[in-house]
Design a protein around this ligand. Structure first.
Ligand code: PEP
Length: 252
């Protein structure tokens, strides 16, 4: 059966010393607990190798927040999936709405990134989600379906089975406005049905679908109690070890 997962997305926050301190704190708090979910922190590229050295990988997974859409070569400033994997990281967030919106990441680009991530043994945390206007005009089902189809449905079933999905309504990211647990359940169930129609029930039942968007200790329990919400991708609340752990501990 699918895993419950809580993953932190640090975004462009923390200097290296600050990031190491935060990773150390999360690692220490986790050492004292037996979390009922997998726990991952996705950190800036500059932090990966050193964070990898100081965390207990049996308890805490490590991921990047992006990778390049090319294998290697003359792409100044880019970081390849192979480079990410060589730091010891096991995960990579792909298709975050901030990347889609500010860096023009299209489904075509994301297909290449997913392929390279998988080829390098990384688990993609693939983000999808609608903007406010699409939520309000009711087109959000179509929008999310299209993102899943275009970004991932070129994969075969075994490859798709390695992907974690993260539904993140753009209107809820960093806004303090959370989708209600019922809104999350509705769209998560729809996403699972979309996966089932393509890959069958077994693959769909095994796919972890995380919720992201102003998730915090105070609302995580209600969200995670929904049958199709398998954890969270956490932005702001992942920047403080105690609040992140408060979300991890929402799985009892
Ligand atoms: C995110 O950006 O992945 C996210 C969910 O951010 P926040 O929790 O801050 O809304």
């Amino acid at each position: 059966m699918r895993k419950n997962i809580v993953a932190g997305n640090w975004k462009m926050n923390t200097t290296l010393p600050e990031g190491l301190e935060l990773a150390k704190q999360v690692n220490t708090l986790l050492a004292e607990e037996c979390p009922k979910c997998d726990v991952v922190i996705c950190v800036p590229f500059t932090h990966l190798a050193m964070v990898n050295e100081i965390i207990d990988k049996n308890k805490l997974g490590l991921g990047a927040e992006n990778c390049a859409d090319h294998k290697s070569g003359a792409y100044t400033g880019e970081i390849s999936a192979a480079m990410v994997a060589s730091t010891g990281a096991g995960y990579v967030i792909l298709g975050h709405s901030e990347r889609r919106q500010y860096y023009g990441e299209t489904s075509e680009i994301l297909r290449d990134k997913v392929r390279l991530a998988l080829d390098n043994g990384l688990t993609p945390i693939f983000c999808i989600g609608e903007v406010l206007a699409e939520r309000e005009n009711g087109s959000y089902f179509d929008v999310v379906k299209k993102q899943v189809e275009e970004g991932l449905f070129n994969l075969d079933a075994a490859e798709f089975g390695k992907v974690i999905l993260a539904y993140e309504p753009v209107w809820a990211i960093g806004t303090g406005k959370t989708a209600t647990a019922d809104q999350a359940q509705e769209i998560h169930a729809f996403i699972r049905k979309t996966v089932e129609e393509k890959y069958g029930k077994e693959v769909a039942d095994n796919t972890s679908i995380l919720y992201g968007g102003s998730c915090k200790p105070s609302n995580a329990k209600e969200l995670f109690a929904k049958p199709d919400v398998d954890g969270g991708l956490i932005g702001g609340a992942a920047l403080e070890a105690e609040s992140f752990m408060g979300i991890v501990n929402a799985f009892e």
